[in-house]
Design a protein around this ligand. Structure first.
Ligand code: FAD
Ligand code: A2P
Length: 303
């Protein structure tokens, strides 16, 4: 495998000719260094989400926007076996937050829950390990993983991104590339982003900084602070319904790509909202979805 990722030129100018894949496996992971670990959620939030930046020597690790990295938590599980790797969407664009190809960033939510049987507090192994890292610590990384959740391969594509929680990670990378490197790209960009509280609004300033571009539409849903007209929690799918006219116009264009990232289970609500929006226009959403799937323009990463 060559060290550089080159892109095609003509009809598909952004199609990578090579997708870096599993350059490192659990048996021989890459050791990277923590250079930043900061809390993203506000002081008043009950949720603890961190932006963590890992550094490596240039060319030691390569990835494309939208890929995931594997983290090997140190130690063993209760059965004495090494912990399984956990995947995290990479939150930085392929050349890293500093743009020099020597880092990757993650957006990690600390998992804390009560055991359904005993009620005892339990802490997720890997997310707690990551959120507690100090600058200078060494971490074992595998990957990158994922070959499908990549930016559109064509120029001037419309992108509809729908995220819940840490599902924003790959979209932060997409937006950096779209508005910092591909400014000549003329497509529409929609981002629907759902979190619990205003204080959970990850990367707020950065996401809002693109509002100066006419083709960028940012729509938020704060489920525990806003309600729908029916008095239900405000979710991303309710926002899709509110914007259904503009959205259906966009979804009927052949160069529109839809990305869904975040909570497993969010896709159903989205499909219901789009089914109703299509029906209003006398269209069958399932037919449209089949076309999207066949053309690989419906890209989902939920966990
Ligand atoms: P574990 O020790 O593995 O414990 C998690 C387990 O605890 C669950 O499987 C469940 O059995 C149990 N559990 C959790 N919550 C509850 C609850 N409320 N009640 C009862 N049981 C519960 N995570 C991110 O934070 N950011 C990302 O960008 C991200 N990207 C991902 C991308 C992909 C492709 C995938 C597959 C996953 C991604 N994840 C991401 C999730 C991540 O991989 C881990 O699953 C997550 O961090 C939890 O791992 P852990 O080791 O902390 O928890
Ligand atoms: P809520 O937790 O109020 O039900 P998380 O912080 O757990 O990652 O969740 C991110 C956001 O996704 C929260 O606002 C959460 O709302 C919301 N959410 C939970 N379930 C769904 C769902 N089925 N569809 C869309 N959004 C959801």
């Amino acid at each position: 495998m060559s060290d550089t990722v080159t892109f095609g030129q003509d009809s598909a100018p952004y199609a990578p000719t090579e997708i870096p894949f599993n350059l490192y496996k659990q048996a021989a992971p890459l050791k990277v260094k923590v250079v930043e670990n900061r809390r993203l959620t506000g002081d008043s939030s009950p949720n603890d989400v961190h932006h963590i930046v890992f550094q490596f020597a240039k060319t030691d690790y390569r990835y494309l926007d939208g890929q995931s990295a594997g983290i090997v938590p140190p130690g063993t599980d209760p059965a004495g076996k090494p912990h399984k790797i956990r995947l995290y969407s990479i939150a930085s664009p392929g050349d890293g937050d500093q743009g020099d190809g020597t880092s990757l960033s993650l957006c990690v939510k600390r998992v804390v829950y009560n055991d359904p049987e005993t009620g005892e507090e339990r802490r997720g192994v890997c997310s707690n390990y990551l959120c507690d890292l100090n600058v200078g610590d060494e971490v074992a990384v595998t990957g990158p993983a994922g070959k499908a959740f990549l930016l559109p391969e064509v120029k001037d594509a419309n992108i509809v991104m729908i995220a819940t929680g840490t599902g924003i990670a790959p979209f932060r990378a997409f937006l950096r590339t779209r508005y910092q490197q591909r400014v000549a790209d003329k497509g529409q960009t929609w981002l629907f982003f759902g979190v619990q509280h205003y204080s959970d609004y990850l990367y707020a300033e950065e996401l809002e900084s693109y509002e100066k571009y006419e083709d960028y539409h940012l729509v938020t849903a704060f489920s525990r602070e806003q309600k729908t007209a029916d008095g239900d929690k405000m979710y991303v799918q309710n926002r899709l319904t509110e914007h259904r006219q503009a959205l259906m116009d966009l979804l009927l264009q052949p160069n529109t790509y839809v990305y869904i990232c975040g909570l497993r289970g969010m896709e159903n609500g989205i499909l219901e909202a789009l089914t109703a929006a299509a029906r209003e226009r006398g269209l069958d959403w399932n037919e449209l979805l089949a076309k999207y799937n066949a053309e690989k323009r419906w890209r989902v990463e939920v966990y």
